[in-house]
Design a protein around this ligand. Structure first.
Ligand code: CU
Length: 485
């Protein structure tokens, strides 16, 4: 067996074909040096009901049925993933900073876990916050192969109740069929509806190379059958009992494949205290945007009278909505329609510009900047970075350990793209040539025609994914890698 170091180097040299110790072939010693027991996560199929119709989807849950994991900062992330879905899979720990071989991206950090096999993970958790896990294999994420990954730390108050709100988009059409239809450049099948009126590009009249801040953005190119909040629609929403006069920490996770939302707190005023797990100078409000893969931690002070508070997520650019209800005391719960009175706007960076990290990166000049033009063609549904749709032969972007690296994203397409870097947290430092010390996070939205710069420290060597988090864009090639040793 190779030493860890030799293993690392050989894996780097061979473009990383092998990775995790398989539990069948390399059973780990049953000695627990940190005091943290191993948590088993099973990838399984399950049936749910959406709008009264049965659907077969996936889940990531512990043997007792708990979805995902709740753990603590400073502990080790000691997990065994058992693949029970009858096909290969691999789970990515979104926002965490594991050794690169444990990052869960097939073909980059290692091969998928074969059907019936399992893989072990063991690394320290450097920070707390709201994170999540999801399959990075094929289009499994669209079938709800995702779960919360909550890491408690000193920010969490004993007197607050935590409520997780996990958002997802759902279609009865199989994801492969959705993707094939998008690629054909035709409209979605009638069952799944037609593209939204007035959006540009779907007919191919406005294709690649558009650099226009003024043109109407192209939103929601997949027409979903439902939007889920904790697996349910507003026809039968989750009702969470809370204490009148109490405090709630709402952890919102957008696990959608393609859909961004405006979180609408209704009568409640919230205090946004963290984005993507990282603390910000609090921002007060009733409505907050959330792009695909992002998280929002919102603190709520609940009035002392009995009342019900719908917490809604309104799809960007449309009036469809989903959500949960917080019920304080014995208040009645009114039926909430799954369409809002008015269509919402597209997400903007207005909030992003106002965010300030509580712990920004140390001030330092960047050693290197990579420019990533977000490129593509709506008509043929090709998506790329610098006009290269990623393949295994695409060379990684070079960086060196210890560098301060900046990534400039220039969106030359008519669609917004939420860009995610694996294995590192970054800070948003520039929007449209305006410099500022913004939020530390792991996923940033780049609207059409916008230029966004993020900075990070190269402190976790390996081969790392960098991609648009819209599932069908990622699968079409809006993906690349960074490498350093
Ligand atoms: Cu994209």
């Amino acid at each position: 067996m190779l030493s860890r170091r030799a293993f690392f180097l050989s894996a780097i040299a061979t473009s990383a074909a092998t990775t995790l110790a398989r539990s069948q072939t390399e059973p780990r010693a049953n000695v627990d040096t940190s005091g943290a027991a191993q948590t088993v996560l099973r990838l399984e199929r399950r049936g749910i009901e959406v709008n009264g119709k049965p659907a077969s989807v996936y889940r990531i849950s512990q043997p007792d049925g708990t979805s995902g994991i709740v753990t603590r900062s400073g502990a080790r992330f000691r997990v065994r993933v058992e693949n029970k879905i009858g096909e290969p899979s691999l789970i990515h720990w979104h926002g965490l900073t594991p050794p690169w071989q444990q990052d869960g991206v097939p073909g980059v950090s290692g091969p998928p876990i074969p059907a019936g096999a399992s893989a072990d993970y063991d690394f320290p958790l450097r920070f707390g916050g709201t994170f999540w896990m999801h399959s990075h294999q094929g289009l499994q994420e669209q079938l709800l192969m995702a779960a919360p990954l909550i890491i408690h730390d000193q920010r969490d108050r004993p007197d607050q109740q935590e409520v997780v709100l996990m958002l997802a988009d759902f279609s009865f059409t199989p994801p492969e069929e959705i993707f094939a239809t998008l690629k054909k450049g035709s409209k979605m099948p009638p069952m799944a509806g037609t593209p939204s009126g007035g959006s540009a590009g779907m007919d191919g009249s406005e294709g690649a190379g558009m650099t226009m801040a003024s043109a109407k953005p192209d939103l929601n190119d997949v027409k979903y059958d439902a939007f889920l909040a904790n697996d349910r629609t507003l026809g039968d929403p989750e009702v969470v009992k809370i204490e009148p006069g109490g405090r709630v920490l709402l952890r919102v996770i957008n696990s959608s494949s393609m859909s961004a939302f405006h979180i609408d707190l209704g009568e409640l005023e919230g205090e946004l205290i963290a984005v993507d797990g990282f603390e910000i100078v609090p921002v007060t409000g009733r409505r907050f945007p959330i792009a695909v893969a992002q998280r929002l931690d919102i603190r709520l002070a609940i009035p002392s009278a009995a009342a019900s508070y719908p917490i809604l997520a309104v799809l960007e650019g449309e009036n469809k909505q989903t959500g949960i209800v917080l019920r304080a005391g014995n208040a009645s719960v009114a039926r909430i329609p799954d369409t809002a009175a008015m269509a919402s706007s597209a997400l903007t960076l207005d909030l992003e510009r106002r965010l300030r990290a509580v712990a920004p990166l140390e001030p330092r000049k960047a050693d290197r900047r990579h420019t990533l033009n977000l490129t593509g063609n709506m008509a043929s549904y090709t998506w790329s970075l610098n006009d290269v749709a990623w393949t295994k032969e695409t060379p990684p972007l070079p960086i060196a350990q210890g560098e301060r690296v900046e990534l400039l994203f220039v969106n030359q397409t008519p669609m917004p793209h939420p860009m995610h870097l694996h294995g590192h947290e970054f800070q948003v430092v520039e929007i449209n040539d305006q410099l500022f010390s913004g939020a530390v996070r792991d996923t940033v939205l780049v609207p059409p025609g916008h230029r966004v710069v993020v900075a990070f420290d190269a402190n976790n060597p390996g081969l790392w994914a960098l991609h648009c988090h819209l599932l069908y864009h990622l699968d079409a090639g809006m993906f690349t890698t960074l490498r350093y040793v």
